[in-house]
Design a protein around this ligand. Structure first.
Ligand SMILES: [Zn+2]
Length: 301
């Protein structure tokens, strides 16, 4: 009887341990729904249709990387309200396409934006000119980011810029000889203790190649990758994924979008690399939290 009880206790103990493990926010591949209670960093890849809008909150600052498309303002407004965002310490625009810059006017209207960063590559659209006008009229500090710059996101979180270079911007992004604004998208790695996440805008294979040519794989290696160009086959090359070796990829795209993003061959490549895929079109906003040691990913649909 005594022996039986002993076994029972051992079993109960083992189950408790296992149950405990199942609710822990994971490190390697740990993508369970549990939210890090004392997580000082929160990254939300917002569900704003076809485009990118990423909200980052550290212990000290609120940062936006891109703002979604012109016709998705209601979604961005709703997100600002839900998250109670009144101040944006840093707004980073990876490149001036509408699906990244289109919601900047919403931030300018609803929040105090304290600093703006982009890649410095101009374009001719009205919304781009309006964006520049607003920065000027509100006297918001502005800087074009280049490879080597490091931004302090506060709370021990930093953002290391890996692309473009000043020369690339001066020449203007080109693909097969034709102007292409995606090429000079800002690529940067967020670093918080052991946690790393790579932001890519709409970087294409040309961007990935040139970034790899200037940086070691160690500079790019990240636990989480924001899928370049909404999971398009123009991007996420094998060489790039080999360097980044992410455990998780976050794809920001609209349900049934005209481009067919994310492309099948890219999803297959992610699968081959054993990368866990999260998609805003399927699971809604992707919320990543980290305490600088471990991290967890949650879908907010
Ligand atoms: Zn885009």
């Amino acid at each position: 009887m005594k022996k039986m009880l002993g076994i029972l206790f051992a079993l109960v103990f083992a189950c408790t341990l296992l149950a405990g493990c199942a609710t822990q926010p994971g490190a390697a591949g740990g993508t369970e729904a549990a939210q890090t209670k004392d997580g000082a960093l929160e990254v939300k890849v917002l569900d704003i249709g076809q485009g990118d809008a990423i909200l980052i909150r550290t212990a000290d600052q609120t940062i936006f990387i891109d703002t979604g498309d012109l016709d998705e303002h209601p979604k961005l407004e709703a997100a600002l309200k839900k998250e109670n965002i009144k101040t944006v310490d840093k707004l980073i625009i990876t490149h001036p396409h509408a699906d990244h810059l289109g919601g900047a006017s919403v931030l300018f209207k609803n929040c105090e934006v304290k600093a703006v960063y982009d890649n410095g590559e101009p374009t001719t659209t009205k919304f781009y000119r309006d964006y520049l006008k607003t920065i000027k009229s509100k006297s918001i500090p502005y800087k074009a980011l280049v490879d080597g710059d490091v931004l302090d996101f506060g709370g021990g979180v930093s953002f290391r810029v890996l692309s473009p270079t000043a020369e690339m911007v001066k020449e203007g992004g080109k693909k097969n000889g034709k102007p292409n604004l995606n090429i000079n998208s800002i690529v940067g790695r967020l670093e918080y203790g052991d946690f790393t996440m790579l932001f890519t805008g709409d970087a294409e294979k040309e961007t990935e190649k040139s970034t790899l040519s200037r940086h070691s794989a160690a500079d790019l290696k990240s636990l989480v990758l924001k899928s370049p160009h909404h999971g398009s086959k123009t991007s996420s090359t094998t060489a790039f994924l080999k360097a980044v070796t992410p455990e998780v990829v976050a794809i920001s795209c609209g349900a049934g979008n005209d481009y067919g993003h994310p492309h099948k061959e890219v999803l297959e490549r992610y699968k081959k690399f054993n990368i866990k895929v999260y998609r805003t079109d399927q699971g809604g906003t992707i919320a990543i939290t980290s305490d600088g040691k471990t991290y967890s990913v949650k879908e907010e649909k």
